[in-house]
Design a protein around this ligand. Structure first.
Ligand code: NAD
Length: 322
C-alpha cells in the first residue's frame, strides 16, 4: 500500500491535474459509469466534532474508495491544528485490497476549486471579463486562483460578510496582476460576468434582483441542510446545474428552491452531461447559469488517485507492506 502524506500534497498536486481529474469524473458520473455512495455524517458527541465518510466507485477510471474526516471546531485553538481534517483511502476494485492512503486536507480545497472552475469552463460566457467573489475565507483563495485560469478576466470584485477578510482576495488578484475592488452585492450582480459564492451562510446573500442576465454563478458554500447563499427566485430564473442531483436537492443550494416549489428536481441538470455534450448547457448569452457544487466523494477519489500517480512518478510515495 502507498502512503502520500499531507505534507507532500502541495509539492505534488497541480491545479491542472485537479481540474482534469474532476472534469473526467463529472463526465463519468453523467454517463452512468461512476456513482457516489450515500454520505455518512455524524455528530460524534466528542469535541463537538462532525465526522463522516464520502465514497464511491468510478468504473471508467477504476477508482474505488472513500474520504473519511470532518470538522473539529476546537482544533486550532486547543492544538494548533486546522479544523477540517480528512484522509482518502483507495482500494483495488479487482481485489478489495487497500492501495493508498492520502492526506485529504489540501486536496479538498483543490478539488472544490476545480469543480467551480470546470463549471466556468463549460457554462460561463466566453467573453467574461469581471469575476465577483462572495466569501473571503479559507476556500475562497483556492476558488479564485483556479477560476482566473478559465477566462481572460480583467478585474476581480468582492463582497464578504466580514469585510476585514477581503484582503485575502485582493492578494490573489494582485498575484495575477489584476485590479480588485470591494463592492456592494447589487453592484456585484450588475458588474460580474462570473460570480463564485463560497460562504458558510444560512441565509441568502445574493438576491434575484441583484443579478444581470448572462451571469454564471458557481454556488459552492452550501453543502449541508439549512445552509444557503442565493435567493431561491434566482434559481427559478436560471438554468441550474450540479455535480449530483440527489445532493443538490437535499443538501445543496437547490434544497431551498425545491422546498419553496419554485423549481422541480427535473430542473436540476448534471454538469457532466454538458461536459459529455448530451446537455447543451448555456444556449444564449443572456442565460443565467448556476452551478450548485455540493462536493461529492468521487471528486476526492479522483484527485487522490491523480496525486498518487504523481507521487509514484516523483518517488515520494511511501510503500508499506500491508
Ligand atoms: P471559512 O470559515 O474559512 O470562511 C467562511 C466564509 O463565510 C467567510 O468568508 C465568512 O465571512 C463567510 N460568512 C460567515 N458567516 C456568514 C454569513 N452569515 N453570511 C455570509 N457570509 C458569511 O470557510 P471555508 O473553509 O472557506 O468554507 C466556506 C464554505 O464552503 C463552508 O460552508 C464549507 O462547508 C463549504 N465547502 C464546500 C465544499 C464543496 O465541495 N461544495 C467543499 C469545502 C467547503
Amino acid at each position: 500500500m502507498l502512503i502520500v502524506p499531507e505534507r507532500e500534497i502541495a509539492n505534488l498536486m497541480t491545479r491542472t491535474a485537479a481540474f482534469d481529474a474532476v472534469e473526467q469524473v463529472f463526465a463519468a458520473m453523467a454517463a452512468g459509469d461512476a456513482y457516489n455512495f450515500p454520505v455518512v455524517r455524524e455528530a460524534i458527541g466528542h469535541e463537538d466534532a462532525l465526522y463522516g465518510f464520502k465514497g464511491g466507485f468510478d468504473q471508467a477510471g477504476l477508482t474505488l474508495g472513500l474520504k473519511a474526516g470532518g470538522y473539529w471546531p476546537n482544533n486550532l485553538e486547543k492544538r494548533g491544528l486546522i479544523n477540517h481534517q480528512s484522509t482518502v483511502f483507495l482500494f483495488d476494485p479487482d481485489t478489495g485490497k487497500p492501495t493508498a492512503m492520502v492526506g485529504g486536507n489540501l486536496l479538498t480545497a483543490l478539488r472544490t476549486a476545480a469543480a467551480s472552475s470546470v463549471s466556468i469552463k463549460h457554462l460561463a460566457r466566453p467573453d467574461a471579463k469581471v469575476i465577483g467573489m462572495i466569501g473571503a475565507g479559507h476556500q475562497s483563495t483556492f476558488q479564485l486562483r483556479a477560476a482566473l485560469e478559465q477566462r481572460n478576466f480583467e478585474k476581480v470584485i468582492g463582497w464578504n460578510y466580514h469585510p476585514d477578510m477581503l484582503p485575502n482576495l485582493e492578494k490573489v488578484a494582485a498575484e495575477a496582476g489584476l485590479p480588485f475592488e470591494a463592492v456592494a452585492l447589487d453592484q456585484m450582480g450588475h458588474d460580474a460576468d462570473v460570480i463564485i459564492s463560497i460562504t458558510s451562510a444560512f441565509a441568502p446573500s445574493l438576491m434575484d434582483a441583484h443579478v444581470s442576465s448572462g451571469t454564471h454563478i458557481a454556488c459552492m458554500g452550501t453543502d449541508t441542510k439549512g445552509k444557503q447563499e442565493l435567493d431561491p427566485a434566482l434559481l427559478a430564473r436560471a438554468k441550474v446545474f450540479t455535480d449530483e442531483v440527489a445532493q443538490s436537492i437535499s443538501i445543496g443550494e437547490a434544497q431551498h428552491a425545491i422546498a419553496a416549489g419554485l423549481i422541480a428536481q427535473s430542473d436540476v441538470r448534471q454538469l457532466g452531461a454538458v461536459i459529455n455534450g448530451t446537455d447543451p448547457g448555456r444556449t444564449t448569452a443572456d442565460d443565467i447559469t448556476i452551478f450548485d457544487g455540493t462536493g461529492v466523494g468521487l471528486q476526492d477519489l479522483a484527485v487522490a488517485a491523480s496525486v498518487v500517480e504523481l507521487a509514484v512518478a516523483q518517488g515520494v510515495a511511501i510503500d508499506v507492506d500491508f
